[in-house]
Write a protein that binds this ligand. Structure first.
Ligand code: P6P
Length: 350
C-alpha cells in the first residue's frame, strides 16, 4: 500500500482554539512546560461550556428563579449559580494538578484529598457573576484566577491559606461572558486574548488576539443610584468626566454584571468604578475572584486597577470572601482618577 501524502494547508480562516493557544503560549514562554497548565485550563473551558448550554436554555429549563438556598454572601442562590459552581468543582476536581479551589458559592475553600503533594495549582472563581440578571436575560459571566500552591502546605492546613495571596502572584486569570455571544478572555502574563465560542462545533476560537484597552474611552460605568453615598472625591471625578474637561463628553453605561461592564471597558476603554459606600464601606466586589482577575487582565492590556488608594494587585488578602472597592480602566481615565481620589504616584498610572 503506497503511503498517501497529504499537505496540511492552513484552514482559511485559520482556526486556533483556546487549548491550542495555551499550548503555543506555554511553548513560547516556557519551553519545558509539561502541558499541565493547559490541562487545568481545559477543565475551566469545559465547565463554562456546560454552564453556557444551561444559560442559553435557562428560560426553557425552569432554571430561572431562586433555588431557595442562600449562599455565603447571604444572597438567594439561583439554580444556575449552583449548576455553574458544581460544573467547575467537578471539572477541576478531576484534574490532578489542582490542589485547592475556592468559590463565591461556598463558604470554605476546598483541598482535594491527597493533592497536597501532587497538586500545583489553586483556582478561585465566581462561577456565575451577575446572577441576579439571569431571569431578565442580561449578560452574566464566570471569573477565575489561578495561583501556585504555596510550598509545604500540609493537609491539616486550612485550604484558605493557599488562596490568600496578593494579585501580583496570579499565574493566570480570565473570564467568560455569556452575552450576545460567549467569549472567553484570559491572560497568563503575556498579553490578553479573547476566544469566541463557536456553537457549531463547541470550541472557543481565537477572535481577539492581544487585546489592548484604548488609551482613552468615552464611557464611565458606575451605579449612580448610590451617588449620595459616594465619597466626595469620587463625585468630583465623575463630574470632571461629565464636564467634557477630558476632551469629550463621557456617557454612562452600567449593566450591573461586572464581567459585562468590564468587557466593554476593556474593548472600548473608559473606566468602571465601584466605590466604597455607606452600605459597603469596603466596597462590594470580591478581591480574590472578581477584582484581582479583572486587575490582572486590565494591566496586561495596558490599563490599571486600584482600590482608590493603591493598586488592586498589591492588596494582601486576609479572608477568601473579602470585599474591595474597584476602579479599573484605561491609562487616561486612571491617571485623572489618581489626581482626584488617591495620592499622586500611588498607582502605576503614569
Ligand atoms: P450593584 C453582581 O451582583 C455584582 O456582584 C457584580 O457583577 C456587579 O458589578 C455588581 O454586583 C453590581 O452591584 O450594587 O450595582 O447592583
Amino acid at each position: 500500500m503506497k503511503n498517501r501524502h497529504v499537505t496540511i494547508r492552513s484552514a482559511e480562516p485559520c482556526i486556533i482554539t483556546v487549548e491550542q493557544h495555551i499550548l503555543q503560549e506555554q511553548r513560547r514562554h516556557s519551553p519545558h512546560a509539561t502541558g499541565s497548565f493547559s490541562w487545568l485550563l481545559s477543565g475551566i473551558t469545559l465547565a463554562t461550556k456546560m454552564t453556557e448550554a444551561r444559560v442559553r436554555r435557562a428560560g426553557l429549563l425552569d432554571v430561572l428563579g431562586k433555588a431557595g438556598n442562600v449562599n455565603v454572601q447571604g444572597e438567594e442562590q439561583q439554580k444556575l449559580d449552583i449548576y455553574a459552581d458544581e460544573a467547575l468543582v467537578h471539572c477541576l476536581g478531576v484534574r490532578e494538578n489542582v490542589a485547592v479551589i475556592a468559590s463565591e458559592e461556598n463558604e470554605e475553600a476546598i483541598m482535594f484529598d491527597g493533592r497536597e503533594g501532587t497538586g500545583k495549582y489553586v483556582v478561585v472563581f465566581d462561577p456565575l457573576d451577575g446572577s441576579s440578571n439571569i431571569d431578565v436575560n442580561v449578560s452574566v459571566g464566570t471569573i477565575f484566577s489561578i495561583l501556585e500552591l504555596p510550598p509545604n502546605l500540609s493537609s491539616s492546613d486550612d485550604a484558605s491559606v493557599a488562596c490568600l495571596q496578593p494579585g501580583v502572584k496570579q499565574l493566570a486569570a480570565g473570564y467568560v461572558v455569556y452575552g450576545s455571544s460567549t467569549i472567553m478572555v484570559y491572560t497568563t502574563g503575556h498579553g490578553v486574548h479573547g476566544f469566541t465560542l463557536d456553537p457549531s462545533f463547541g470550541a472557543y476560537v481565537l477572535s481577539h488576539e492581544n487585546i489592548r484597552i484604548p488609551e482613552q474611552g468615552s464611557y464611565y460605568s458606575s451605579n449612580d443610584a448610590y451617588w449620595d453615598a459616594f465619597p466626595q472625591p469620587y463625585r468630583d471625578y465623575i463630574m470632571h468626566l461629565r464636564s467634557g474637561a477630558m476632551g469629550r463628553q463621557y456617557g454612562l453605561r452600567y449593566i450591573g454584571s461586572l464581567v459585562a461592564d468590564f468587557h466593554r471597558t476593556l474593548l472600548r476603554g473608559g473606566i468602571f468604578l465601584y466605590p466604597p459606600t455607606e452600605k459597603h464601606p469596603s466596597g462590594k466586589l470580591r478581591l480574590l475572584y472578581e477584582a484581582n482577575p479583572v486587575a490582572f487582565i486590565a494591566e496586561q492590556a495596558g490599563g490599571f486597577a486600584s482600590d482608590g488608594t493603591r493598586p488592586i494587585m498589591e492588596i494582601e488578602p486576609t479572608e477568601i470572601h473579602q470585599r474591595t472597592p474597584l476602579i479599573v480602566g484605561g491609562k487616561s481615565e486612571m491617571k485623572a482618577f489618581e489626581e482626584f481620589v488617591q495620592p499622586v504616584g500611588s498607582t502605576q498610572a503614569k
